[in-house]
Design a protein around this ligand. Sequence first.
Ligand SMILES: [Zn+2]
Length: 258
Amino acid sequence: MEPSRADAIVLRRREFSESSWLIDFITPEWGCLKTIAKGARRPESRLRGRLELFNRGRIIFYPSRRSDLHLLSQFDVTRFASAPGATLETAAYFYYLAELLLAVGFGSEAGRDLFEIFDRELGDASGLGRITPARIRFEIDFLKVLGVFPPLAVCGECQGDTSDRLYFSPVSRSWICSRCRSGRAGAIFIQEGVRALVNHILEGGRKTSRPAMSASQEKILDRLCRLLVDINVGKKIRSLSFLQQVKEVEGGRGRGGK
Ligand SMILES: [Zn+2]
């Protein structure tokens, strides 16, 4: 059987046996990829010490014909994930992103884009700044890459124009116009500045820098992203509550200094 090669980032590592790991990667060509690293836990294994979470490199593996579990042969690390000085919040953030990718990345046609947006965050781990704006940008990119970010210019109910006033309706899971808004319980008003920020992220492509946002814009975008990710990923992302706990703890520590 011919081996395959791919760029890859370690997304998840689980024990399989005393000597072996199960390793899930994200790759541009294959999306999420399940592999078994036989013997990788043995001291003499050439994979030992390489299969740490979020390491990036080049893998060689033997694709299985019978199942979706492939045999990992080599992993040449080109970037180690260990970022000195990384905070617990940054670590919790990356766990959350990995969980998002694992929730949608198997069999996804968006593998290349998912790999790129995750790689960008990891590569910039020390320059992320505040995590919440970074996460908001990632989530908008993520939903866009999956093709599920609802178009802003069109009302999801009447297909009319939304340029007058824009709302988000959790009920119809879309942006709605001011006409459709009346009588809609729970519709969220989207300020012009928030719309501009979303457009900036959507149109800017992968290389846009993180947009600055005010506290109130951040709050609305955070709520919108929560709704859209919950609706579209469709399962509870466990590490998000961990990320929020970490944020509260670190926020409490930083209070007084600001
Ligand atoms: Zn409408």
